[in-house]
Design a binder for this molecule. Sequence first.
Ligand code: HAM
Length: 447
Amino acid sequence: MADDDKVERVVPPYQTPKGVHDILPEDQDFYTYIKKVVRHRARQAGFRRISTPIFEYTEVFRRSIGDTSDIVTKEMYTFQDLKGRSLTLKPESTAGVVRSYIQNNMNQLPQPVLLYYIEPHFRYDRPQKGRYRQFWQFGFEIIGETDPALDAQLIQMAFKIYQDLGIDALFSLQLNTIGTAEARKKYMQILQDYYAGKERSLCEDCKYRLEKNPMRLLDCKVEDCKILASLAPKMTDYLDKESLEHYAELKGYLDEIGIEYTENPKLVRGLDYYTKTVFEFWDKTEGAQNAIGGGGRYDGLVELMGGQPTAAVGFAAGIERIIANMKREKIRVPKKDELHVFVAQLGNEAKKKCLGLIEELRENGIKTMGALGKGAINIQLKLADKFKAPYAVLIGITEVREGTALIRDMKRGVQESVKMTKVTDRLVELIGEENLDKYDPGELLYS
Ligand code: HAM
């Protein structure tokens, strides 16, 4: 657990717990847009959406992510239910997706099975810029195929999504292979031999990792550890032929589809289930800090979790970090909830007319808000300004008597009198058919 956490007294007015946030309406537009892009790209490539539960048996994560990984040792929200079962809020989705693949006999489906998710995750991480305790990821898993062409396609898909979101130029693809589990075992012994006698120069975390998972020493960020890692035996010199061939083929495919990458022999990733390919998208200025996404092959995981031996490859990206980068690049997303019309009224009779009109406007796809309180008309108009509605409809005593309404162009400050029965048509004309927010539940259901 992060040791900088003081236990705060929880008294009104309440705050969110450390490291978690409300997603306020301003940011919802980003989430909506990113989800739309991900869904679009996923559908195009034949992926189908899956949601695994927010919590699983702790064992699902412990076994897959690894006993000695930072996630399992320090970052899981684990609790007991009323029957004393150990449960954990999902810190990532690959483990749950693999559990689901096995539980639902997806090996009976045509292979590979292509799944994607857009989900919240939970890690007891040390909160800082881009690092939260609840965060959203979208991710893709391809289960049931060994070919490196799929690794390449997956990377291309991640890349396309970053491109769609306008942030691809900020990131560099870091690529490595970490071989099969057997080859890695041999290499880990060689690493342990190399570090023998050097323990005193290592940070506390690395001293612990040296015994349990020496490969993690290679990507430690502490300066002394970095120096030792740079002189350590190279993993590629000890890898198996099959993994090296897979890696060479993958690079060939990436070259073919024009995706640039940086070979990074120190990239090992923090989850134990990977085999062969691993990759991360690093910020070009900040490096490994605040990686925007990562993934790799996990050919041994399905079997480890109780299924038949099945190869797989996957990737996930952090949505909060993507949004931060979109904002950094000043990228704007469509604002679906901006109002079209603000309806203001004066007097009881006018209010009655407004209720019907508001309903009619909304049914025609015009996003409408009504000031149905008792404020004076000029106060209501100020409100229309604050809500940034481009048009206001005004109905006062005269308009009720004459069966008309005033349509006011808020930007130009001009208004016209229109027959009540023509208000909707005139507003549709002014707003433009293409900008209406049409909603037809019947069509949504059956299309
Ligand atoms: P991961 O590298 O642990 O991989 O997470 C993927 C991405 O989630 C990171 O690159 C980062 O953008 C985001 N992320 C992780 N932790 C946080 C945090 N505390 N706050 C904000 N964003 C965060 C996985 O989770 C693997 N399951 C990916 C994968 C899928 N491998 C194979 N299939």
